[in-house]
Structure formats: structure tokens, C-alpha cells
Design a protein around this ligand. Structure first.
Ligand SMILES: Cc1cc2nc3c(=O)[nH]c(=O)nc-3n(C[C@H](O)[C@H](O)[C@H](O)COP(=O)(O)OP(=O)(O)OC[C@H]3O[C@@H](n4cnc5c(N)ncnc54)[C@H](O)[C@@H]3O)c2cc1C
Length: 331
């Protein structure tokens, strides 16, 4: 029999690690299980923009979680930097929207949430939008939660729940059972693979490239026709992304690589000769309803779900994790 903990977190992406952090800071003991290495899936693959792209296309919950996170993100990054020595490189780089977006919807959204933008020769500039260098944030977060006492167990795949009298009492892996008072499912695009969720979660692949420029050729995050360019602090430039409903096929293809590069140098010709340093893909956790799945499970006691964040897990993680913590500590 495995050891008993207050809370088991299944999955160590941004959502699982942030959930673990909020709980341990309330004195809840946490064990986090990941089938691979924490932080190396969708959360690593993403762009780190701290806002939904075209937020007016999303539901109220997504907007609420995103705004609530935006308020605390900078301080959170500073705190994690101070505690770990790893800088998540939070930068308020602003987002320049170059395309002709859905104007009536956008205006209604801006009025509702009191969001302002400036006219720019190339489009609309949302100067408050920030970014984090997500791989660095994940590295820092892992060190931080380990230091705070979270028990991280990697390369352990959860296969099922342990249930007694309609109450979840832990999880089953190939070799061992883990017991806990509460279980939180944060296993991203894989969530429905091991657990039948009412609202099914499936992978939506995205490919991305990084260009090894050293001086800052791009000032703001640029968004145009669903694709974007993100300038990092050291001058490197990320270009994304695709939206591919192809299951768990993680191949990257050269055609996509070329078209992402072209998208970038058509807008910033100086990027034409810049070397493509890396090209990768990741699986966004999409849900059938298109909504985040956040809260207590309807059928089983002591089971909580925090997944389905689709394109917005990095920007919603702080508030989404805070909500789960509130539910658990007030139960
Ligand atoms: C190309 C791309 C660009 C993106 N850009 C942005 C952006 O700019 N801004 C933004 O906010 N979001 C962005 N996203 C979305 C964001 O990355 C995701 O919403 C977020 O990472 C989801 O976090 P997660 O922790 O749920 O998933 P993941 O990071 O995928 O973590 C899930 C974890 O669960 C583990 N796991 C799964 N099954 C099991 C099991 N059975 N047992 C144990 N462990 C298990 C996995 O190993 C994994 O580590 C982007 C995504 C992609 C792919």
C-alpha cells in the first residue's frame, strides 16, 4: 500500500504544478504524478502569451480566468524568480493585432471588460498584454514546488481511479496504488485517455518554430490571421502556430515550417535570413464543448478536474488553480 497524502495531482504541466503550488502554500500535503517529466508537454510547447488571442471568441469563464490571472502574473513571476533564481522573463511586450478582426464582437468585448487599445499604423495595439518564457516558468515552478515540499513522482502513468462507496480514495498505476483525501485531474490532452470525462478532452496539435535572431527585430507580439510572432527577451523570435485535429501524432512537417517562416519574414523582412533554431509540436487540451473543465466531479466525491484549457492554459493557470484550491480547502 502506498503512502497517504492530502491531495494527489495527476499531471505536472502548468495546470498541475500551479495547482500543487497553491495547495501546498495552504498547508495541504501534495503528491504530483506525471507519466513523463513535469512541464515538458503542451505547457512547454506553447507561446506564453498571457491573453487569449481574439478573446471575444471565448466564453465568460475563459475571460474571467484570464483577466484574474493577468492581474497576478507579474508578481507571481517575480516571487518565483526570487524563490528559485530562475527568471520566467515576464515582459509586457504588448500585442499588435494586424488583421481585420470581428469588429462588432471585439468592440462589445472591449466595452464589457473596459479594455483599451491604441491605433497603430499596422492595426490595433493592446499594450497591456504580456508574455512569459514558458519553458523557464515551468523549470522555475518545478524547483519552487519541490522546495515547498510537493512530492513529485515522474515517469508514473496513472491508469485508473480507486473508488470506494462512490468516493475517490486514490489512483492506480501499473505497480502501485496511491491514496489521498482528494484527487485533481490535470492531465491535459490525455485526460479522457485514462478517465472517462463527461465532457471529453482531445488533443489539438500546434506546431511552432523559433528563429535564432540575437537583436530585437520585433518589438511587440504580432497577431495576424490566427498566426503570431513573439519576440523573446534575448532577441529570439517564436512563430506559431497550426491547429491540427490529428490525434496524438506529434510529427512536425517541413511545409508548415516554411509557411511559418514565410509568415514572419513577410511582416519583418529582416527575418528572412535568420536561422530556424528549432521546430516542435504540442497537444493543446481541447474539450468537446470548447470550455474549460474546472470543478468538482459530478459523480464521485473527492474528485476534482482542472483541464480543457485549450489555447489558454498558460494564461489561465494561476486563476484556474486558485479556484480548485478554494473548492478543496472549503470542502
Ligand atoms: C503550439 C501551442 C501554442 C500555445 N500558445 C499558448 C499561449 O501563447 N498562451 C497560452 O495561454 N496557452 C498557449 N497554449 C496552450 C497551453 O500550452 C495549454 O493550454 C496548457 O499547456 C495546458 O496545460 P496542462 O497542464 O493542462 O497540459 P500539459 O502541459 O500537456 O500537461 C499535462 C501533463 O499530464 C501528464 N499526464 C497525462 N496523462 C497522464 C497520466 N495518465 N498519468 C500521469 N500523468 C499524465 C502529461 O505527461 C503532462 O505532463 C499553446 C499550446 C500549443 C500547443
Amino acid at each position: 500500500m502506498g503512502k497517504m497524502t492530502d491531495c494527489l495531482v495527476i499531471g505536472g504541466g502548468i495546470i498541475g504544478m500551479m495547482s500543487a503550488r497553491t495547495l501546498i502554500m495552504e498547508g495541504v500535503s501534495v503528491t504530483l504524478l506525471d507519466q513523463r517529466e513535469c512541464g515538458k508537454e503542451s505547457s512547454w510547447a506553447g507561446g506564453g502569451i498571457i491573453s487569449p488571442l481574439y478573446p471575444w471568441r471565448y466564453d465568460d469563464l475563459t475571460n474571467e480566468l484570464s483577466f484574474a490571472s493577468q492581474i497576478i502574473y507579474e508578481d507571481l513571476c517575480l516571487q518565483i524568480f526570487e524563490d528559485t533564481g530562475i527568471d520566467p522573463q515576464y515582459i509586457q511586450s504588448g500585442l499588435l493585432m494586424m488583421d481585420e478582426y470581428d469588429l462588432p464582437l471585439a468592440i462589445e468585448w472591449m466595452n464589457r471588460y473596459h479594455v483599451d487599445y491604441q491605433f497603430h499604423v499596422d492595426g490595433a495595439l493592446f499594450s497591456n498584454i504580456a508574455q512569459v518564457r514558458n519553458p523557464r516558468l515551468l523549470q522555475a515552478l518545478k524547483v519552487d514546488i519541490l522546495n515547498k515540499g510537493v512530492d513529485i513522482i515522474e515517469y508514473v502513468k496513472v491508469n485508473n481511479l480507486l473508488i470506494k462507496n462512490n468516493k475517490v480514495i486514490g489512483v492506480r498505476t501499473k505497480d502501485k496504488n496511491y491514496f489521498a483525501q482528494d484527487v485533481i485531474v490535470c492531465s491535459g490532452a490525455w485526460s479522457s485517455k485514462w478517465l472517462k470525462l463527461v465532457d471529453e478532452v482531445f488533443p489539438m496539435k500546434g506546431q511552432m518554430i523559433i528563429l535564432k535572431s540575437t537583436k530585437s527585430m520585433v518589438k511587440n507580439i504580432v497577431l495576424d490571421q490566427g498566426r503570431y510572432i513573439i519576440p523573446r527577451e534575448d532577441g529570439r523570435v517564436l512563430v506559431g502556430s497550426t491547429m491540427e485535429n490529428v490525434g496524438f501524432d506529434n510529427h512536425t512537417d517541413i511545409g508548415v515550417q516554411k509557411s511559418l517562416h514565410k509568415f514572419a519574414y513577410q511582416r519583418f523582412p529582416s527575418l528572412f535570413n535568420v536561422k530556424i533554431e528549432h521546430h516542435w509540436s504540442g497537444f493543446r487540451p481541447a474539450s468537446l464543448s470548447g470550455k474549460v473543465i474546472l470543478g468538482r466531479h459530478e459523480q464521485f466525491e473527492h474528485l476534482f478536474i482542472n483541464t480543457g484549457h485549450f489555447c489558454n492554459g498558460l494564461n489561465m493557470a494561476p486563476a484556474s488553480s486558485d479556484r480548485i484550491k478554494q473548492l478543496i480547502i472549503n470542502a
